[in-house]
Design a protein around this ligand. Structure first.
Ligand code: NAP
Length: 253
């Protein structure tokens, strides 16, 4: 069981690796990818040798593909691909530099798309495989001052949903995850942009609980996971939630 996991160094990705390692009781092998080598190595050490680390900047899709190819050569075909690495910008749309916006799009959308295009033929040949994409509740309820982040996550979610249809007659399983606010470094970044405590009145989840829900959703072959559960209501009443978010969203400093 070869699991290729991006954004494994911290937060949700780190929690997913630990959760799946526990679940598969040591029988899974992880290819861990992100930029910070020391953090990946610390995780690999905890996984007791059941992991290889591939430090790489995934905002370059061609680099991401090369890393994937290397991991496949060294550890065999990928059974579970988890596109988790991502970055967020919180600012007025016109204040964000083109270069930064385009880098975000490459990391959050183009790299996951490239990795899926690379693993799918082999998964189809073997008629087996799981692809997990970590989108965001912002893909369903686009949030002011996170416009391009939400657009990138909506693109990723739409791609994965369409692909699930394209592969519906196979045993390849697509799971799209729509997290609401989760207490990770990304939430700390939001604090620096809005001011501490501004987002404290919205329901938050933890990376560990989300990882557990993802593990269960993989086992049950679910296609969609919204966590924390509070945000499932936002999905049900999408138009109202978009209206509310447009009126209530805080402005960055
Ligand atoms: N936290 C939330 O509230 C929330 C809500 C909805 C969705 N999400 C999504 O959940 C995913 C994980 O985020 P998180 O909350 O766990 O935040 P996080 O702790 O900041 O994790 C982000 C991960 O992405 C990696 N990464 C960032 N830029 C990269 C790059 N250029 N190349 C390679 N790896 C890169 C980081 O590793 P390195 O820095 O080592 O490269 C890190 O492992 C993201 O896709 C995020 O959009 C988070």
């Amino acid at each position: 069981m070869h699991i290729f996991l991006t954004g494994a160094s911290t937060g949700i990705g780190n929690a997913i690796a630990r959760e799946l390692d526990r679940h598969f009781a040591g029988s899974a092998f992880f290819s861990l990818v992100s930029r910070r080598k020391e953090l990946l190595e610390a995780l690999a050490k905890e996984l007791d040798g059941r992991a290889a680390v591939y430090p790489a900047d995934l905002s370059e899709p061609a680099i991401a593909e090369t890393v994937l190819e290397q991991a496949v050569q060294e550890h065999g075909p990928v059974d579970i691909l988890i596109n988790n690495a991502g970055v967020q910008h919180i600012d007025h749309f016109t204040s964000i530099q083109n270069e930064d916006a385009e880098k975000l799009l490459r990391l959050n959308y183009l790299t996951p798309a490239r990795l899926m295009r690379r693993v799918l033929p082999t998964m189809a040949e073997r008629n087996n495989g799981t692809i997990v994409n970590i989108a965001s509740i912002g893909a369903i309820i686009p949030t002011p001052y996170m416009a391009e982040y939400c657009a990138s996550k909506a693109a990723l979610a739409a791609l994965a949903t369409a692909l699930a249809g394209e592969y519906k007659d196979t045993q390849i399983h697509f799971l799209t995850v729509y997290p609401g606010p989760i207490a990770t470094a990304m939430a700390e970044y939001a604090d620096t942009r809005y001011g501490k405590g501004v987002t404290s009145n919205v329901p938050f989840g933890t990376a560990e609980e989300l990882a557990k829900e993802i593990r269960i959703a993989i086992a049950k072959k679910k296609h969609k996971l919204i966590y924390p559960a509070f945000y499932r209501g936002a999905d049900l009443f999408r138009d109202f939630s978009i209206w509310l978010t447009a009126h209530m969203a805080p402005k960055p400093k």
